[in-house]
Design a protein around this ligand. Sequence first.
Ligand SMILES: Nc1ncnc2c1ncn2[C@@H]1O[C@H](COP(=O)(O)OP(=O)(O)OP(=O)(O)O)[C@@H](O)[C@H]1O
Length: 258
Amino acid sequence: MAKRIDVSGLHAYYGPVHAIEDISMTIEPRSVTAFIGPSGCGKSTFLRTLNRMHEVVPGARVEGKVMLDDQDLYDPSVDPVAVRRLVGMVFQRPNPFPTMSIYDNVAAGLKLNGVRRKSQLDDIVEESLRGANLWNEVKDRLGKPGAGLSGGQQQRLCIARAIAVQPQVLLMDEPCSALDPISTLAIEDLIAKLKTQYTIVIVTHNMQQAARVSDRTAFFNIAGTGKPGRLIELDETSKIFTNPDQKATEDYITGRFG
Ligand SMILES: Nc1ncnc2c1ncn2[C@@H]1O[C@H](COP(=O)(O)OP(=O)(O)OP(=O)(O)O)[C@@H](O)[C@H]1O
C-alpha cells in the first residue's frame, strides 16, 4: 500500500508571498520521514503540498512536481479530492466530528466512498480502531460521541479515521503537540507500528520525537524574515543528529538557534 513520494523543484506561494523555494526530495515508503526546522520555515506548507491541501487557501498556488510512484499529483487530469483519499492527514489538534459517534467518525469517509453494507462497515471500523490501538478502550462505547474521549484517544480516533479509507501515505502535522507525555508515547508507538504499512511524514518541533520516531529527517530553514523556506539537508535521522553535513543543521539541532 505504501508509495514513494518524489518531489522536484517545488515552490509554494500564498498570493504574492513566496513561502517555500525549490524543494526536491524523495520520501521513502514504509518508513517515517520527519520535518524539522525553525518556526515559519515552511514545514506545514510543504506538507500540505503533498496532498494538495495547500491550494485550499484562497490565492495559494504550487509550482513544481510531486510524484506518488508514477502518478503526477498536479497533473491537470488529477482530482484533488482523490489525492486526499490516497494521502491522508492528521492535524495538530485532534478534530473528530464532535457530534458523531466514535463508530461514525471512523465510518464517515467509508460511507462517502460508497461503502454501505453494515457488516463491511463494522469490519473496517474495528480493523481501523485496532490499527490505531484504540479498539480495546472504545469497543463498549462505539455509539458514544467522539468528543467524549480524552485528547490522546481523540487523536488516535483521527488516525483510525484516516487509515479507514486505506490511504497510501499518512501526513502528520505536529500530531502530539496538544497531547500529554503518556498520550504522546502512545501515538509514537502507533507511528512505529503503522510505518510497516504506510509512508509516513511527520512535522515536529520536538527533536527528541524526531530522533525517536523517524528513519530520515529533513531540516528546513529560512535565510531571514520574508524569505522563502528551503530544504537544507535530508538524511538518515542518526546522521542528522550526530554528524550533519551542513553547519546550519548542526547549529539548529544543538540548540544554537531556532
Ligand atoms: N494561510 C496563509 N496565508 C499567508 N501566509 C501563510 C499562510 N500560512 C502560512 N503562511 C506563511 O508561510 C510561511 C511558512 O509557514 P508554515 O506554517 O508552513 O511554517 P512552519 O515551518 O510550519 O511553521 P511553524 O513551525 O511555526 O508551524 C510563513 O512565512 C507563514 O507566515
